[in-house]
Design a protein around this ligand. Sequence first.
Ligand SMILES: [Zn+2]
Length: 344
Amino acid sequence: MNLKPIPADRLPELLRGMPKAELHMHIEGSLEPELIFALAQRNGVSIPYASVEDLRRAYAFTNLQSFLDIYYAGASVLLKEQDFYDMAWAYLQRAAAENVLRTEMFFDPQTHTARGVAMETVVNGLHRACVDAQAQLGVSAALILCFLRHLSEEEAFATLEQALPHRDKFIGIGLDSSEVGHPPEKFARVFARCRELGFHLVAHAGEEGPPAYVWTALDVLKVERVDHGVQSSKDAALMRRLAADRIPLTVCPLSNLKLCVFPDLAQHNLGALLDAGLVATVNSDDPAYFGGYLNENFVQTFAATGLTAQQAFQLADNSFVASFASAAQKQAWRERLQAHFAGF
Ligand SMILES: [Zn+2]
């Protein structure tokens, strides 16, 4: 659409108020230190941090693995269905307050089943929060089950079997955790099976890993979206492929900053991805750990890189286009976005 000029000093207000979708957020990564301590106390779990402040201080990461070590420690407080509900509900309330109309949340069942928590405890708690979000907050929320890529494909198959009785409660399959050394093709057979079963498919690729991982996510796993994918800009042929096939990238700027994928936000390639015609989106990844929820990702990235109102519109529109909602629902959200910009 044709936008009237919007001064840069009004951009934060525009970014916070615009309707948007979030497509790359790990629900276990929304666990705030306060909730970790509350759940630890409720469940009688001991965690290796003396206080909320002590835990928050540990959030100085040097790479993906240093984050994952703390992330798995935090998740250890989740034991009961209500714990999973409370975690998701806390995020969904924030999402509603940030004008997120649609969220597709990742969850990692293996992080919990490995500790003896039943699959149904995890899925039922998260799904109940999604149902309540639609009814009470007006947020459309769906779940994507992720396999942990540092584990084996056999373990992914076992997880899929455990989850299938609940298949009406999640819409897709993803692949996350430690990327380097665990290329997408390690999960070729289980993704083929998930595809037969009719699930939407996504995978993390090209966060720290090379463009080759994005190629195999596309050509071997046959994903519909690539999570992160920022390393794709090192491969011109890959950039052309992503643009031609309109494969969305779910980019997470503050995560990239915290995990040192880019030395500072001003050097982030989000603008370059948009300029190349890619369906890029902005997302928060693990917001409790990376210093901000979705609106903070938008506001800080725009301030650092000088992106414009036109690009804000494009990113929000991309987020609806790239979602797995129905065509009619997407169209309704896109019209709401246009009305928001027209009335700003
Ligand atoms: Zn992620």
